[in-house]
Ligand binder design. Structure first.
Ligand code: IPM
Ligand code: MN
Length: 397
């Protein structure tokens, strides 16, 4: 009977609210399955920074690194929570962990459940067809445009000095200017692209005709870093002769993503493009309230909803908990895989089917999906359904 060490980082705003629901789900799972958890909760984020002057208590990074099988994060970011140098307060948490724990693959599944109506032109209607949207976007998570802040955050999280690259002068740029380097490395690209191919070989292909395909999305017609990224994509692809290749520039990809989502299976994309395109892609699955993610490295993993702290909704108990509960589902899936725990895999499947059934039933759902239920009503309904399913699975086993 495996015990999993879970470190919980509620963070800011609605991140805290959905984290409470994640903890409720963990309780239900612990009660009705063989899984058990040692949970450590650590306060952190922009609000914590405003209150204490620290992004999280000292020793938190080490706890995440040395004493966690999985990390669960709510959301980081709060209005006015900016450090004197302009950096995001809470960056040590979200970016420090992504970089400091080498969580190089940010896995963002885009799956449309039956019953979801999309909010378009202010109205709820079905736009994309359930069953025809089921892809996984893999965002590179440790370099690119984020690299300076990622690296700075990881150094700070470890309590180390950071000497970044110094300022430069650029011919033709006179007066005040700001610039962001965008380093993309062979090592960083190889590992995330190989991850994408390996993930594709475990999936059952794209929704339209079951083709197993990895799409490389970049801007290699313009940028050097993307040229390296695509070159490495082509190299890695030769190790996977049964997987179809597909290449797209990011601008065109945003159009194809909306027009023919059924074509896509696994998509691999550099960091900042992945940040942007996964918010767009969330519209295909019903919005940010549905978007879950897994940050995966060779030795560590962190799970978080893709939405932020949603300050204007915070404190009202009205946001959709499903992105968080689906992130917990991803956590079980990866615990199953990485820790060889078949019960974690079973629990992951049960949580997913509870979420799927609730959506198909159509109630209770939150405002973003056209409903009027509260965060906790949705979460209670999912937890009740998970309880029933766990009972019938383990009592009949
Ligand atoms: C995300 C978020 C983060 C990012 C922010 C909070 C730093 O937008 O996870 O997509 O830009 O990566
Ligand atoms: Mn984002």
């Amino acid at each position: 009977m495996a015990n999993h060490r879970i470190t919980v980082l509620p963070g800011d705003g609605t991140g805290r609210e959905v984290t409470l629901e994640a903890l409720n789900l963990l309780k239900v799972v612990e009660q009705h399955s063989p899984l058990s958890f040692s949970i450590t909760e650590i306060p952190c984020g922009g609000q914590y920074y405003l209150e204490t002057g620290e992004e999280w208590p000292s020793g938190s990074f080490e706890h995440c690194r040395d004493e966690s099988d999985a990390i669960l994060l709510g959301a980081i970011g709060w209005p006015g929570a900016v450090k004197p140098n302009g950096d995001l307060a809470g960056g040590q948490v979200i970016l420090g962990l992504r970089s400091g724990l080498d969580l190089f693959a940010n896995v963002r599944p885009i799956k449309l459940y039956n019953g979801i109506r999309h909010k378009i032109h202010g109205e709820f209607k079905q736009v994309w067809t359930p069953g025809l949207v089921d892809m996984s976007i893999i965002r590179e998570n440790t370099e690119g445009l984020y690299q300076p802040l990622l690296s700075r955050s990881a150094h700070l999280a470890r309590g180390e000095e950071y000497s970044g690259i110094s300022d430069i002068s650029i011919p033709g740029m006179d007066g005040e200017f700001a610039w962001d380097p965008r380093p993309i490395s062979r090592i960083g690209s190889e590992r995330v692209i190989r991850f994408a191919f390996e993930l594709a070989s475990q999936r059952s292909g794209n929704p339209s005709d079951g083709t197993t395909r990895v799409t490389c999305v970049d801007k290699s017609n313009v940028t050097r870093g993307c040229q390296l990224f695509r070159k490495i994509y082509r190299e890695i692809a030769t190790d996977f002769p049964n997987i179809e290749t597909d290449e797209s520039y990011i601008d065109a990809f945003t159009m194809w993503l909306v027009r023919q989502p059924e074509f896509y299976d696994v998509v691999v994309v550099p960091n900042m493009f992945g940040d942007i395109v996964t918010d767009l892609a969330s519209a295909l699955q019903g919005g940010m309230g549905m978007a879950a993610s897994a940050n995966i490295g060779d030795h560590h993993m962190l799970f978080e909803p893709v939405h932020g702290s949603t300050p204007k909704r915070a404190g009202k108990g009205e946001v959709n908990p499903i992105a968080m509960l689906s992130s917990v589902q991803l956590m079980f899936e990866w615990l199953g895989r990485r820790k060889d725990d078949p019960d974690a895999t079973i629990v992951s499947q049960i949580v997913e089917s509870a979420i799927e059934e609730l959506i198909t039933k159509g109630s209770p759902l939150t405002y973003d999906l056209g409903g009027s239920a509260s965060t906790s009503e949705v979460s209670l309904a999912i937890c009740a359904s998970v309880t029933e399913k766990l009972k019938s699975h383990y009592e009949n086993a």
